[in-house]
Design a protein around this ligand. Structure first.
Ligand SMILES: [Zn+2]
Length: 387
């Protein structure tokens, strides 16, 4: 082993992780507000139901409520964020700040999802919701650029599993596909609401050659993943973490994949894994025990995601830090996750390739070469000291 590979194999610092170009495919707009923004918007919009009106306390409240261990309770926290996102100005602001916060954290490409049908209480139409969020993302990309960060944000339109508007939302995603919307998603509690209820939406999107992901295999196991792939035709799995139930690890360490796990790996189906979110909903007990370790070793198309930054008190850098601590990941591993995510994005192939070759790989190469210059600096420092 050369000294360079030894050096680049050491654990990256927090600062390097923050500067590393990161790709995020699974992030909810209504799960990523700044606590101070929730307070501002509630005050301006006359929303009187916040449990706390001080930003810091409210941030803690969100994390604690989401820590309760049940997916249903976790979803409850969204009544407040969605409650303050009912006007055009509020949506523009939340989307702008989302792009700014992600860029500040070193995310270079993000697909951020939201359910337009949940933002109609203030009288907006579905189209007005989509246009407001798009405008916010474009503003955020511009302010990020002014601050020296490059980010590109695409929207995924989500339909709610328990509602009956999925075809309408799929049509909306298709109408705006060349104007900032890159795909479609189904979200909400899995229990009792299988994705097969929304087959007409998926069939419509397939006929339109459009892309979609489905929240599956988070609270529910293999049947949910199987339905999402083999009945609905999902391009990616939102979470998909329960695919681990189809993988057997013997006492001697040998691994046997079942038919579904083999299919997911063979077909390079992207898994939008969200470690901190899984810990909060009880889908995994600790970072070290999170299936992402095994899935990465077995070369599944694993990606790392934030899910809900506010509820989990997290960011892409925090997720990477937890994984570095738990699994000893190096910059090479973080690059592998980032390239995986970029390969799995819903933007055109040539753009994904350019992001990988012109942004992600050079970014990691620069970080990986830093040790060379640090050593030169310290040698030079000691020479100067002796003089
Ligand atoms: Zn999610």
């Amino acid at each position: 082993m050369t000294s360079q590979s030894i050096q680049s194999g050491t654990a990256p610092s927090s600062d390097q992780i923050r500067r590393a170009p990161k790709v995020l495919l699974h992030d909810h707009l209504d799960g990523g507000l700044r606590p101070g923004t929730v307070v501002d918007l509630a005050r301006d919009g006359g929303y009187g139901q916040l449990p706390e009106t001080e930003a810091d306390k409210l941030g803690v409240w969100f994390r604690e409520a989401a820590d309760s261990g049940s997916l249903e309770r976790y979803l409850e926290t969204f009544s407040h964020t969605v409650g303050v996102m009912q006007t055009r100005a509020a949506l523009v602001r939340v989307a702008r700040e989302c792009a700014e916060d992600l860029a500040e954290d070193g995310v270079v490409y993000a697909e951020v999802r939201y359910a337009p049908e949940q933002h109609l209480d203030g009288g907006l139409s579905l189209e007005e919701v989509v246009e407001a969020v798009n405008e916010g993302f474009r503003e955020g990309e511009r302010t990020a650029r002014d601050n020296g960060h490059r980010i590109r944000v695409g929207a995924l339109l989500t339909a709610m599993r328990h509602a009956a508007r999925s075809l309408e939302i799929a049509e909306l995603a298709n109408r705006y596909r060349d104007q900032g919307v890159v795909g479609f998603d189904i979200a909400g509690a899995e229990a009792g609401f299988p994705p097969t209820r929304h087959l007409d939406a998926f069939e419509y999107l397939k006929r339109e050659n459009n892309h979609f992901t489905i929240h599956a295999g988070e609270a529910f196991g293999l049947p949910s993943i199987w339905q999402a792939l083999q009945w609905c035709g999902a391009d990616r799995l939102g979470h998909g973490v329960r695919i681990i139930d189809d993988i057997e690890v013997a006492a001697d360490g040998s691994v046997k994949l079942g038919r579904l796990a083999s299919y997911v790996r063979d077909k390079r189906i992207p898994l939008e894994l969200c470690p901190s979110s899984n810990l909060q909903t009880g889908a995994a007990a600790s970072y070290a025990e999170h299936p992402i370790g095994l899935l990465r070793r077995l070369h599944f198309r694993a990606t790392v995601n934030t899910d809900n930054r506010l509820m989990s008190g997290t960011s892409m850098s925090r997720e990477f830090e937890h994984l570095v601590d738990a699994f000893g990941y190096t910059l090479d591993d973080l690059q592998w996750f980032s390239v995986n995510a970029m390969k799995s994005a819903f933007i055109p192939f040539d753009e994904r390739l350019a992001m990988i070759n012109d942004v992600i790989k050079p970014g990691y190469a620069e970080l990986k070469s830093e040790w060379l210059f640090q050593q030169t600096a310290s040698t030079r420092g000691s020479v100067v000291a002796e003089d």
